[in-house]
Every structure is written in C-alpha cells, then in structure tokens.
Design a protein around this ligand. Structure first.
Ligand SMILES: NC(=O)c1ccc[n+]([C@@H]2O[C@H](COP(=O)([O-])OP(=O)(O)OC[C@H]3O[C@@H](n4cnc5c(N)ncnc54)[C@H](OP(=O)(O)O)[C@@H]3O)[C@@H](O)[C@H]2O)c1
Length: 183
C-alpha cells in the first residue's frame, strides 16, 4: 500500500501563491494529475479543497484535513464521497480501514509537510520556470529516496512551458519512525 504525494513545483520548489492558487495554468500537467488521481483515495488540506471544489469527480474518495468543526462546502457532484479528518494519522487510518489500495496526498504545502514522514512514493512535476511564488513544497531528505521513473521533458501544448515528471520511491527502512528505533 502506497502513500503518494503528487505535486508540481517550479525550479525553486514553489507550488503555490501565498494568496492561494497555482502560479501557472498548464492543461497537460493538470491532465496527468487528473489521471493519477482517478478513482483514488485523496487527502487534501482544507485550503486546497476549497480551491479545487469544481475539480473533484465521481470516483474520488476525499478526506479533507482540518482542525475545525465547520461543515465542508458542498461539491458540485453530490455522489462524491467526502469526509473530514482532524489529523494526518486519522486520515490515513480512515482510508486504510476503507480498503484503499493507495492514498494520494494532493496538497497543499502544510498537508504535504504533515504527510511526508509516512510517504512511500513521490510523483513530482518540475515546471521549468521561476514563478517567484512563495508557497514551497517541504524539504525532502533525498538520500531516503530513489528515482524510479522520469518522463521526457515535455512542452505544455497551450502555453509552451516545459515540465518533467519524476517518480520517487522511498528506500526501505528510511521512515523517520523506523530510523528512530533502528540500532
Ligand atoms: N502545485 C501543486 O501541486 C499544489 C497542489 C495543491 C495545492 N497547491 C497550492 O498550495 C497552497 C495551499 O497550501 P497551504 O499549505 O496553504 O494549505 P493546505 O495544506 O491546502 O490546507 C491547510 C489547512 O489544512 C488543514 N491542515 C493541514 N495540515 C493539517 C494537520 N496536520 N492537522 C490538521 N489539519 C491540517 C488546516 O485546516 P484548518 O485551518 O481548517 O484547521 C490548514 O489550515 C495553494 O497556493 C495551492 O494552490 C499546490
């Protein structure tokens, strides 16, 4: 069972604007993101959930990470499964108990940071530009990961911006929890 973080960042590690939203509009990269998330269990932070309300599709199982008890805004498709969780551990337990084969964490920055210690796979798009955006993907200890796949550098057909998609798998026994108890 994988816990996967999927994100797109620029050459400087930026993933979003401080005021909310992505620093780019790349339909081809979004298509990759959509395809990976199809029919999966998704963990999303409340901020990003609010930004993406119209994006979710039937087949998604959504767990919104939030520490407050306010009702979540309604989704345009009433038949999408959505629930909230108060912590990353709670969200992962719910997904596992429901039989999820893979949990996909779709952001944003605070949610990636909370999920990274337990993550086993990273699917990261590098957008080959410097957006000057200030919300960053959390720091990764790259010696705990090995790259298992890289795509060709592609050009987004409508914007000509280039991007590359890499998949990383965690090297066994490098979870912080495991490292802490290793002799
Ligand atoms: N480029 C990409 O791939 C990508 C993907 C997704 C998002 N983004 C961007 O990322 C930015 C948003 O990131 P963000 O960090 O501000 O927001 P976020 O992670 O989407 O949401 C933050 C909220 O989630 C809840 N939360 C997060 N971690 C939690 C934890 N451990 N326990 C309980 N609740 C937790 C809290 O909600 P409460 O305040 O309700 O407690 C927190 O305020 C936006 O610019 C967005 O566009 C980029």
């Amino acid at each position: 069972m994988h816990t996967t973080l999927i994100a797109a960042h620029d050459e400087d590690g930026a993933i979003g604007r401080h005021s909310g939203g992505l620093p780019w509009h790349l339909p081809d990269e979004t298509a990759h993101f959509r395809a990976y998330c199809q029919d999966k269990w998704l963990i999303v932070g409340r901020q990003t959930f609010n930004e993406m309300l119209g994006w979710f599709q039937p087949g998604h199982h959504i767990i919104v990470l939030t520490s407050n008890h306010h009702p979540l805004p309604a989704l345009p498709h009433p038949d999408i499964h959505v629930e909230s969780a108060r912590s990353m551990e709670d969200a992962q337990t719910r997904a596992l108990q429901s039989g999820a084969a893979e949990i996909v964490v779709i952001g944003g920055a605070r949610t990636y940071a909370a999920a990274l210690p337990a993550a086993t796979r990273l699917v990261l798009t590098t957008v080959h530009l410097h957006s000057q955006a200030t919300v960053l993907f959390p720091p990764v200890s790259w010696n705990q990961w090995r790259r298992t796949h890289t795509s060709h550098r592609r050009q987004d057909t409508s914007t000509t911006v280039e991007f590359t998609i890499d998949t990383w798998e965690r090297i066994e026994n490098t979870h912080p929890q495991q490292a802490a108890i290793a002799p």
